[in-house]
Write a protein that binds this ligand. Sequence first.
Ligand SMILES: [Zn+2]
Length: 432
Amino acid sequence: MSDEQAPLLNGENRDGAPTQSASHKRHKAVAGGLLLLGFIAALVLALFLLEDGLPRNPVKAAYKILDKAPVIDGHIDLPWLVRELNGNNVTQVDLRKAFPGHLDIPRIKQGRLGGFFWSVYTPCEDSGANFTVPTNSVRDTLEQIDVSRLLVEKYSDVFSLATSTQDIRMAIFSGKVASMIGVEGAHQVGNSLGALRLYYALGVRYMTLTHSCTNAFADSAGIFETPEPVHGGLSPLGVELVYEMNRLGMLVDLSHTSDLTAIHALKVTKAPVIWSHSSARAVHNVPRNVPDDILKMIGLHKSKKDAVVMVNFAPFFVAKEGEADLVAVANHIDHIGRVAGRKHVGIGSDYDGIGSTPVGLDDVSYYPMLFAELYKRGWTARDLVGLAGGNLLRVFEGAEATARFMQERGAQPSMARYDKRPDLPRPLEKEL
Ligand SMILES: [Zn+2]
C-alpha cells in the first residue's frame, strides 16, 4: 500500500528521515493540526470516492478529480507581465476581471488552479566573461518578489502566500490559491550566497540554476542552441550553491540548465529536485527539453533521485511550428510518465511567459481538458492527482526533510564566495 499511497498524502522521502521531526515546527503543527487532519480525512475520502465512482465522460471525470486535487503549476510569469504592462504598479492591476495574458481570477477558478509558483524572473544581462560586471538583477528580482507579495496581499481572499508544503495544503483546503515564489536563474543572486539566503527569507522556494545564459554557478542549455560550456556542468561554486539550497530547503530547479549541469546537480544534491517548466526531448528535440538518459536517472529507488518534471506548454518546446496542441502536450506528459514514471511528472505551463499557446490550451481555464485527454488514455485518478500537484508536494516535502536533517546535524551556512569577485577582502577561509 505504501507505494500506492495517495500522492497528496505521501510523506515518505528519499533519505528516510521523518518528514515531520519532533523538534521542528511543533507549534505550527499544533496550530494547523486540526485543520490539516480534516484535510487529510477529506482527501482519503475523496480518493476513495474518486477511484470508485468516476464518470465515464472524460471531461466530467477531470473536473471531479481537479475539484478535489487542483492543479499546482510550477511556473507562471504573472509578475513579469505586470512589470511589462504596468511597470510593476500593482494598484493598476485588476485581476478580478479579464486581464491580458493567460490568467486572472475568473479563469483561475474555471481551470481549477489551486496553486502556482510566481516566477520572479529577470532577464540575463551581460555580466562579462567572468560574470562580475554589475547588473540590476538583484534589484529587479527584489521588485518582482515585491510585486508577487503585493498581489497576494491585494487579493488575500483568493491567494495565500505559501512557503511550505503545509502552507500549500492549508491554502488549498481553505479554497485559496497557494502562492509560492520561484527565482528563474542563479544570475539573479549576483554571485552571492548571502543574497540567496535572503531570497529564502522573503519566501523564495525554488531557484533555477541558470536561465538561458551561463552564470558563475552553472552552464545553461540556451534556448535553441546550447552555448559553449564554461564549467562542464556546475562550477565548484555551483556545487556549493546546491549544498546551500539543500540546507535551506529551497528546491533546486534544473529547467534551462545544460545536460551536464543537470547530471552534475542530480549527482550532488541531497534533496529531490524539480524541472519547473521543461518537456521531453524524445518527443520534441530542443535543448530546453529533458532527454531520456536524464529522465532515467529519476525515481524513488535508492539508485535514483526523486524529482518531478513539470511539463512546459511553450509551443516551440512542444512540437514543430504550427503543430503544438493539447494532444502534443499530453504526449510529453505520457512520455515522461513512461520513462521516469507517472509519479515524476507535473504541470509547469509557463503561462504569461509565452507569446502563444498550444491549440486547446489557450489559458489556465483549459487545464481540465488536458486532464480529460490523459484520462482517456488510461491515466487513473491517482495518476492524475499526482500530475496535478501530488508529485510536486512529495518532492517538496523531500526537500524540506533534507533541510531539517542537515540543520539538525549542524550543517553550517556556506561561506563560499566567488573567487573572481574583486570587492571582498582576502583571505577568506573558503574560496571557490
Ligand atoms: Zn523559463
